[in-house]
Design a protein around this ligand. Structure first.
Ligand SMILES: Cc1ncc(COP(=O)(O)O)c(C=O)c1O
Length: 384
């Protein structure tokens, strides 16, 4: 693999195949997957209905252009609007692109009033393009890429006063992740989001929820904004939106579409027919029963991790909601922990030097969780 740009710290697993909650390597090793491709294959790898939808669509057409109608695009857009709020859907290819359109919309929305500034949050993550690293409130993703896109102000997550302090006469939008995923699984407090929502509505500031990681059932609701009882103006989705294929989605509330008329935005591959067919087959399986399972399995998982925390002072905190869970250690041992899990054939992610993140498929069982917790306990007994 010497010709691949070395931007990823790859784990030494050469994948042969994947099914459900397992990944098999070329050398025959079988791994229990607690990452789901970073919250992509929420219903498990190679889900039967998703694969069938891909095969069916691939037999019909792969790509024709957004200049023509695709029935599944219309169907998926209807499904999303029904599950979110009255509005319009734009399909792209990735999370960064979904956020890019949100930022473009903000510019047009504020233009007539000379407003353009966007509040985002410290420790946030919104993507890897120039505009989305500019929105991202973490220096490590921006380092060396200046000049960045101007117009972003970074407030403190879960601190409403800091939002007020950062708001100026040119502020026109706020972008928030309900749970900061890449940042280490920090959950937004209910009061904070409610205050933010009321504030934005009063000031005609657009409230944008980046649910690229939290969406499609990950937090025990179809979309995490439901937890807070607020409705954003714009919702950005990706990751599991395509059921394993690339798909970004920007949902814009009714009334805002006038800022994006024909010709104002587009994408050659956005809403690719195969990705849309896969996404629709994936999303339509996430029903009340699945969501209830995410909630109860998540509680079970957090409960067991909390017991470990009580026993081992090496663990500072357990955070999470639904099946989006993190363990924060006192020391920077996350990489060591993930290597230990790998040796024990469990795949997890070290998202910060002292934080391990779990995003298992919704089909994960209680016995799998117990296996993971026992493995972590062996590490804690031996190493820390
Ligand atoms: C909250 C959030 N926003 C945006 C992105 C960027 O998505 P993509 O990698 O598909 O561009 C991610 C990816 O991790 C994310 O978690």
């Amino acid at each position: 693999m010497k010709n691949l740009l070395p931007v990823y710290r790859k784990v030494p697993v050469v994948v042969a195949r994947a099914k459900g909650k397992y990944i098999w390597a070329e050398n025959g090793e079988k791994y229990l997957d607690f990452l789901s491709g970073i919250s992509v294959t929420n219903m498990g790898h190679c889900d039967k209905k998703v694969v069938a939808a891909i095969k069916k669509q691939a037999d019909q057409y792969l790509h024709v252009s957004n200049l023509y109608h695709d029935r599944n695009q219309e169907k998926y857009a209807r499904w999303i609007v029904k599950k979110t709020f009255p509005g319009f859907v734009f399909f792209s290819n990735s999370g960064a692109e979904a956020n890019e359109l949100a930022i473009k919309l903000v510019r047009r929305y504020g233009a007539s009033r000379g407003k353009y500034r966007i509040i985002t949050f410290k420790n946030s993550f919104h993507g890897r393009t120039i505009s989305t690293i500019s929105a991202t409130g973490q220096d490590k993703f921006r380092k060396g890429f200046s000049p960045l896109l101007s117009g972003f102000d970074y407030a403190v997550f879960n601190d409403f006063d800091s939002v007020i302090k950062k708001t100026g006469d040119k502020t026109v939008a706020v972008i928030v992740e309900p749970v900061q995923g890449e940042g280490g699984v920090y959950v937004a407090e209910k009061r904070f989001i409610r205050e933010l929502s009321t504030f934005c509505r009063r000031r005609k500031i657009l409230l944008i929820f980046d649910e690229i990681q939290t969406g499609f059932g990950r937090c025990g609701k179809m979309f995490a904004f439901e937890i807070y009882g607020v409705i954003p103006d714009v919702l950005t989705l990706a990751k599991s939106a395509g059921g394993g294929l690339p798909l970004g989605i920007t949902v814009i509330r009714k009334g805002l579409e006038k800022f994006l008329p024909a010709g104002s935005h587009g994408s050659t591959f956005g809403g690719n027919p195969v990705s849309v067919a896969a996404g629709l087959a994936h999303a339509s399986q996430i029903n009340g029963k699945v969501l209830a399972r995410v909630k109860s399995t998540g509680k079970f998982f957090i409960g067991h991790l909390e017991k470990l925390r009580e026993k081992y002072p090496a663990i500072r905190e357990i955070r999470g909601v639904g099946l989006m869970i993190a363990v924060e250690f006192v020391k920077p041992v996350a990489r060591e922990v993930s290597v230990f899990f790998l040796k024990n054939k469990i795949l997890v992610n070290a998202c910060k030097e002292n934080i391990i993140r779990f995003l298992p498929p919704f089909t994960i069982g209680k016995n799998d969780i117990i296996k993971l917790v026992k493995t972590l306990e062996i590490f804690l007994k031996k190493e820390v």
